[in-house]
Design a protein around this ligand. Structure first.
Ligand code: PEP
Length: 245
């Protein structure tokens, strides 16, 4: 048996927040978490709030990150943010290839792979998101799709200590969670392409009420949490579920 994988719960705030709301949310989370949470946890926030969270979370057990990064190091890329800039704000994590980026902003597998490499090059831990649409699942293409999305990144280099998040598109923000067994089946499939140590998170309508059953599955190493990460008590309950067992 290898070393147990430390569970990770990462919040994805998406395009939500305000300075006042962030302060209150982080305050509530940090107070309840204390310093020695036994699951790792992080919040991935909109770019303008990185200064605020780096100030408020320094020295706490809650890490932080961004939701996107440019594949370029610098230059004439109006509106983009480089991995080195994120590193300067103390980010540990950055989400790459979230389904909203892939679908609303037409990010290709190749572009996501370039972003992944840029993040690692700056010393950040990319959280790579993969997942099939409902039409792809119904057509029996789930494994083909997630393998293609993951292999685009593996082809560019080592996964090393990066994090993978399986997020079925039909479960994101819909309230329709994959069952623990549906998620476990895909996680086990993805695990075969990675080292035993790599962490694979599940994302898609994870809530306090379903987190324990999901995290009980052998290849589910935590969660990427959208809506529920905006409510302190929900997020904390999910972190508690990850800290058990
Ligand atoms: C996400 O944004 O990655 C996500 C999983 O969202 P939600 O938890 O709201 O489904």
């Amino acid at each position: 048996m290898g070393m147990a994988r430390t569970r990770l719960v990462a919040g994805n705030w998406k395009m939500h927040g305000s300075r006042a709301a962030n302060r209150a949310l982080l305050d509530a989370i940090v107070k309840a978490m204390g310093k020695g949470a036994s699951a790792e946890c992080a919040v991935c926030v909109p770019f303008p709030y990185l200064q605020q969270v780096s100030g408020q979370l320094a020295g706490t057990a809650l890490a932080w990150g961004a939701q996107n990064v440019s594949e370029h190091a610098q230059g004439a890329y109006t509106g983009e943010v480089s991995a080195a800039m994120l590193a300067e704000f103390g980010c540990r994590y950055v989400i790459v290839g979230h389904s909203e980026r892939r679908h609303l902003y037409c990010e290709s597998d190749a572009q996501v792979a370039a972003k992944f490499a840029a993040a690692q090059g700056a010393g950040l831990v990319p959280i790579l998101c993969v997942g099939e649409t409902l039409a792809e699942r119904d057509a029996g293409l789930t494994e083909e799709v997630v393998a293609r999305q993951l292999d685009a990144v593996l082809g560019k280099g080592a996964f090393s200590d990066a994090v993978l998040a399986y997020e079925p598109v039909w479960a994101i923000g819909t309230g329709r969670t994959a069952t623990p067994h549906q998620a476990q089946a895909v996680h086990a499939f993805l695990r075969k392409r990675l080292s035993r140590e790599a962490r694979i998170l599940y994302g898609g309508s994870v809530k306090a009420g379903n987190a324990t059953a999901l995290f009980a599955m052998p290849d589910i190493d935590g969660g990427l949490i959208g809506g529920a990460s905006l409510v302190a008590q929900e997020f904390l309950a999910i972190v508690q579920a990850a800290a058990k067992g």
